[in-house]
Design a protein around this ligand. Structure first.
Ligand code: HAM
Length: 414
């Protein structure tokens, strides 16, 4: 565990500021959950047979005899809070962000602490490929804004419950054949939780020849995954497909990702963050199944990467993008990223489907311009530009929009 003070404290403050500003732009609200939870939140949520729960949790009995644990991660507590406060009755998805300390009883080594900080984003209650992609895009943008270069996203799709069961059977069969080549831990994992063998740093050879999940996922999952990749390509987020990426926590399904950054003078890239879809977690915690997706990033690792670089400063949102329909969503995402690249302070609410809801959000945020892409405009490759002060609307060609917005903002600023 370590103290945070001096220049490290200042880095923490700066990262927190960049994270909360971006969270606001993308419509995420802050949440603080308690540092201690009922142990069950993690044994049921993260999984009994994961390293985090089996080896790394600080668990103890209270004077009243209950078993509690210092939180090793933030996703299960946030889903617990979503259930406890009946947040399924609010507009979905409910989007939260956090910047908080977590605890894992890890073997002391470089970049691993027993109390460490994460920032993260969770969108719970409604899932689609655009939200999956957006979580990745926000994280990528924050790392970039913090001056971290060379970020690479590794990505995979773990299938839904049904495809994963089929895959687990095939993997179990394969691991049984390879039992003599497995390390001691993996001999147990092969029986209790075969997916965890794919995380093992010792059993690389066995892993390389193992069946791949991509061959077991159904058409629905495959189509979903293709859309996520298309969204990432659309906005230029570099990714690598990693068929063995399964993450170390049991609650994942569908798209999973991990963020890596090359380290100066080191052969291995540093894993700075990870996440993915976790549709089954709410059911594991006693509620009905609720689609959800999220990501978390290690703050100490980010600090170590940005120490020699500066930050790119940005300010408050000026433009809101409202959309209706799948094609419009896809086009909005591209325009959103183009405007961001050009330094325009743009915001959206892609998780919301009603135009009325989106317009009311644009009003609340007090942006100067709203861009509206409906089904018709998406096909015509045009969009509606609404001046929020005068209420005047005008149709503009998509390829003219960046120029037009920059011109108008310049005029407003004068
Ligand atoms: P995780 O991969 O266990 O995911 O942790 C995310 C990041 O936290 C890691 O990539 C790493 O940068 C940092 N981290 C983890 N353990 C340590 C440690 N001992 N010392 C320093 N940094 C560490 C999760 O925690 C999931 N809750 C992510 C998520 C959010 N999935 C969906 N939503």
């Amino acid at each position: 565990m370590h103290d945070v003070f001096g220049s490290q404290y200042e880095y923490f403050e700066k990262i927190r500021e960049v994270v909360s500003r971006n969270a606001k732009i993308y419509g995420f609200k802050g949440i603080e959950t308690p540092i201690i939870e009922d142990t069950e939140v993690f044994t049921r949520g993260v999984g009994k047979h994961t390293d985090i729960v089996e080896k790394e949790m600080y668990t103890f009995k209270t004077k009243g005899g209950e078993s509690v644990s210092l939180r090793p991660e933030g996703t299960a507590p946030i889903v617990r809070a979503y259930i406890e406060h009946g947040l399924h009755t609010k507009p979905q998805p409910v989007k939260f962000f956090y910047f908080a300390p977590f605890f894992r009883y890890e073997r002391p080594q470089a970049e691993r602490y027993r109390q460490f900080w994460q920032f993260g984003f969770e969108a719970i209650g409604k899932g689609n490929s655009i939200v999956d992609a957006q979580i990745i895009i926000i994280t990528y943008n924050i790392l970039k804004e913090l001056g971290i270069d060379g970020v690479l996203v590794e990505i995979n799709n773990m299938g839904d419950e049904k495809c994963r069961e089929d895959y687990k059977k095939a993997l179990k069969k394969y691991l049984k054949k390879e039992a003599t080549s497995l390390c001691l831990d993996c001999k147990k994992r092969a029986i209790k939780n075969p997916l965890r063998v794919l995380d093992c740093k010792k059993c690389i050879r066995v892993k390389e020849r193992a069946p791949q999940i991509v061959d077991y996922i159904c058409k629905g999952c495959r189509d979903d995954f293709r859309l996520v990749l298309e969204f990432l390509e659309e906005v230029g987020v570099p990714y690598d497909l990693n068929p063995f990426l399964v993450r170390g926590l049991d609650y994942y399904s569908g798209t999973v990702c991990e963020f890596f950054v090359p380290q100066r003078g080191e052969e291995k890239n540093l894993a700075v963050g990870g996440g993915g879809r976790y549709d089954g977690l709410s059911a594991l915690l006693g509620d009905e199944q609720r689609p959800a997706t999220g990501v978390a990033v290690g703050v100490e690792r980010v600090v170590s990467l940005i120490k020699e670089n500066g930050f790119n400063e940005k300010e408050k949102p000026e433009v809101f993008i409202a959309q209706l329909g799948d094609l419009a969503k896809k086009k909005s995402l591209k325009i959103f990223e183009e405007l961001k690249k050009e330094g325009v302070l743009v915001t959206e609410s892609f998780g919301q489907d009603s135009l009325k809801g989106q317009m009311s959000r644009a009003n609340t945020l007090g942006v100067q311009i709203t861009l509206i892409i409906g089904k018709e405009e998406a096909v015509e490759d045009r969009l509606i530009l609404r001046d929020m002060d005068s209420g005047e609307q005008e149709k503009i060609e998509t390829n003219e929009i960046v120029k037009e917005i920059k011109k108008r903002i310049k005029k407003i600023k004068k």
